[in-house]
Design a binder for this molecule. Sequence first.
Ligand SMILES: NC(=O)c1ccc[n+]([C@@H]2O[C@H](COP(=O)([O-])OP(=O)(O)OC[C@H]3O[C@@H](n4cnc5c(N)ncnc54)[C@H](O)[C@@H]3O)[C@@H](O)[C@H]2O)c1
Length: 241
Amino acid sequence: MPAASFAFEGAAVVVIGASRGGIGAAIAHGFADAGAKVQITGAEPEPMPEEAERFAYAQLDVTDTDAVRDFADRVPRLDVLVNCAAITQRGAEMDPAFFAHVLDVNLTGSFRCAEAFHPALMAASGSVINIASMYARFGSPRNPAYGSSKAGVEQLTKSLAIAWAPDGIRVNALAPGFIETEQSARARQDPAFVAGVEARTPAGRWGQPGDITGVALFLASPAAGFMTGTCLPVDGGYSVV
Ligand SMILES: NC(=O)c1ccc[n+]([C@@H]2O[C@H](COP(=O)([O-])OP(=O)(O)OC[C@H]3O[C@@H](n4cnc5c(N)ncnc54)[C@H](O)[C@@H]3O)[C@@H](O)[C@H]2O)c1
């Protein structure tokens, strides 16, 4: 019977997209607090100061297949890959070129990273955690590319879970609700939108990046050893109303 342990001493973890102090950063700190050796990446030249102090950092564009493969080649061992990199821009996603770019970052980028780390994950019987969204299932009129990409991430999670189960790799996803991060900063400038989210969310508040951390650790832990291909909502109940 596997222990329900959330200790990750000696584990090697990479969090893609942890540079802006949001969900990726919170997950990185959670794994490090649990004993893991954590590396992070982001699109920016430098991460936020709190992450710069604690983690090895690589600037990595997830739309660049060669760069992603080079980065993966420099990571000798990997137990957990967390795919957090994503973009969205309200009102700009009806433009076909930008639509394609959002898909390239959010969906193909998650695939690129998983594919590049497949050998290392197989060697460690590791696991992948993808970050989806409630917009994988809800329509998103102002963010159609983002919603499509996140639906794709949920489907990719299922497909890779099946494809890589024989390799001993588990692949799961999380679907955060409304979380206070840089990505949601623009939407949060609209008081009516902020109040609407609070009113509909049974938990009565927006989420914090730290609300996602424990669920990510759980999915990577032996406690979730019989879970693969799933997508867990972490949304204060928003999606069940
Ligand atoms: N904030 C929310 O309310 C919310 C809700 C649901 C899902 N999510 C998802 O959670 C994840 C983390 O989001 P966040 O809110 O912490 O956002 P964030 O903007 O703080 O972080 C996004 C990260 O993606 C990286 N990134 C952007 N473009 C990239 C590129 N081309 N190559 C490599 N990295 C790139 C950024 O550098 C950053 O590190 C994302 O997948 C997001 O879609 C967020």
